[in-house]
Design a binder for this molecule. Structure first.
Ligand code: MRU
Length: 345
């Protein structure tokens, strides 16, 4: 329907099977894994085969279809197995609220109990996938309209087609601005330790022939000091009712540096990322992952025995550091408590 689609597809549903582009291998290798059970999908979410808040939710929705097809013919036992699978999916990653949101939508279909439950669940998963893509297009238009002509933007992590139903949130805004010839330069942080920026964002933009310059995160404040950056544009894993945003570790540091240098901060996220039940960031669970994700580049080659690590993979940006939150339902400027309900789910 749109003239600005991306060719990158992280998630495919084909012949009742779920295909996930293995994001751990990119950009060296473009390989799809075929998954046929919900626990396999939960593991793929946990081990970062598929990542990015909306993509995690979409993959989990398809996993419920796989589980229903496998178990539901099996009476009460089958229903219990399906419920167990849903709990395993729910626990696969803690911070992205999109996972809970997508499972809640699938549970609503289950509760309604239509005649052909598997077909109804499949239709709902396909709808969740399609609606996310459509939300991306809308946010892209809204967000790109905020940028000045010849905009210089800095983005973090990967928020593109790989992280969503297709196209992207923050990266969708950047794609649209490029299509509209408004963009002068895109900078992307490499995003330690998984290198979502260097491996995924750079790869996606290269696929779509959008020039990008990579920088190490430590260079971001210096970039803002050295040249005029107009906007920092990022996604979100969860947005609390007061406008606090949980996103990839390093987002907070970018927002603090942006404030100091007079650079604006835009958060782009679909309504499925809003958690109005949670009052502020204090209530958002922040995932910590294995310390080896950080230390593997130094040990064991150098023989360290007592080097530990601290590996939170998300951080919280207080609402006061954010200039605009863009969802498919509209934009909230200077997001303060009470203003978000209009654009949340
Ligand atoms: O650990 P990841 O790669 O799943 O983290 C992804 C992010 O932090 C993204 O910014 C967020 O999920 C939004 S993706 C549209």
């Amino acid at each position: 329907v749109q003239d600005f689609t991306s060719r990158v597809q992280a998630i495919r549903w084909q012949n009742d099977r779920l295909l996930l582009l293995d994001q751990r291998l990119l950009p060296a290798e473009e390989r799809y894994l075929e998954l046929s059970t919900a626990p396999e999908v939960a593991e793929a979410i946990h081990n970062m085969t598929v990542r990015g808040a909306p993509a995690i939710g979409i993959a989990a929705a398809y996993a419920v279809v796989l589980s229903a097809a496998q178990h539901l013919a099996n009476g009460k036992q089958g229903q219990a197995a399906l419920q167990r699978d849903i709990e395993v999916l729910r626990a696969s990653r803690p911070t992205a609220i999109n996972l809970h949101w997508a499972l809640a939508r699938m549970l609503q279909v289950l509760a309604a109990g239509p005649a052909d439950l598997v077909a109804a669940l499949q239709a709902e998963a396909v709808r969740i996938h399609r609606e996310d893509r459509e939300a991306n297009y809308r946010m892209a238009e809204l967000g790109a309209a905020l940028l000045p002509q010849d905009a210089v933007v800095l983005t973090h992590c990967n928020t593109g087609a790989l992280a969503t139903g297709g196209y992207g949130t923050a990266l969708g805004v950047i794609r649209k601005a490029h299509a509209d010839k408004k963009l002068k330069q895109v900078y992307a942080t490499e995003t330690r330790p998984w290198l979502q920026g260097a491996r995924l964002t750079a790869w996606e933009l290269e696929q779509d022939r959008i020039p990008v310059s990579l920088l190490v995160e430590g260079a971001a404040a210096s970039l803002m000091q050295t040249l005029k950056v107009d906007w920092v544009i990022v996604g979100a894993d969860r947005i609390a009712a007061n406008g606090d945003v949980a996103n990839k570790i390093g987002t907070y540091a970018l927002a603090v540096a942006a404030k100091y240098h007079g650079v604006k901060v835009m958060v782009v996220a679909p309504s499925s990322t809003f958690d109005l039940q949670t009052a502020s960031a204090a209530g958002i669970p922040i995932e910590h992952r294995a310390v080896e994700e950080i230390t593997r580049i130094i040990s064991p080659a150098q023989g360290y025995k007592n080097v530990g690590g601290w590996n939170p993979v998300f951080d919280v940006t207080p609402a006061g550091l954010i200039d605009a939150i863009v969802s498919e339902r509209g934009i909230v400027h200077a997001p303060l408590a009470g203003r978000l309900a209009a654009i949340a789910g």
